[in-house]
Design a protein. Structure first.
Length: 168
């Protein structure tokens, strides 16, 4: 290879690597799922991640293969930090995702495309059969906060619930 043919090929290879790196960084399409997290001080439409040392109370939530949560209706006061201790008593994978109804429905469509995606957001928890985990959430605004299992078919099968956040 001569020097004159090496440079254009080398430049082309560098450009291809740069473009593929940008495309790869734009999303994890191999079944993973990651969103940039807002700092804990930034509020979302449903509140913000809570701090364990400031938990006001703990609420146990069971997820079952009947496509139901127990309890499915929860009431909290605005300003409370709740530790949800979530258990999957079923034989299949389930999750609990907190959000607005619009957010849950949008994420449900994404889950249909990538059913094996993993979550690392503070308002979402995916559990294998028999698994248990926590979500700690600070409810800063009064109003409804929805939750659901966004595994394909589960939400549509009725696996959803509501946190009613009441003013103090």
């Amino acid at each position: 290879m001569t020097h004159t043919t090496f440079l254009p090929r080398f430049s082309l290879a560098l450009a291809a690597m740069a473009l593929s790196g940008a495309a790869f960084a734009a999303g994890n399409h191999a079944g993973g799922h990651h969103h940039d997290h807002a700092p804990a001080t930034d509020e979302t439409a449903i509140g913000k991640p809570g701090v364990a040392a400031k938990v006001n109370r703990t609420i146990a939530v069971d997820m079952a293969d009947t496509m139901r949560y127990t309890p499915a209706h929860i009431q909290v006061k605005r300003g409370e930090t709740i530790r949800f201790v979530v258990k999957n008593s079923g034989q299949i994978k389930h999750e609990l995702s907190l959000g607005t109804e619009r957010e849950l429905l949008a994420h449900l469509e994404e889950m249909k495309k990538f059913p094996d995606m993993e979550h690392d957001e503070p308002n979402k928890l995916t559990l294998a059969p028999g698994g248990q985990g926590d979500i700690i959430w600070h409810f800063t605004k009064a109003g409804p906060v929805h939750f659901g299992c966004l595994m394909p078919g589960h939400y549509e099968g009725g696996m959803k619930g509501l946190v009613k956040v009441v003013a103090k």
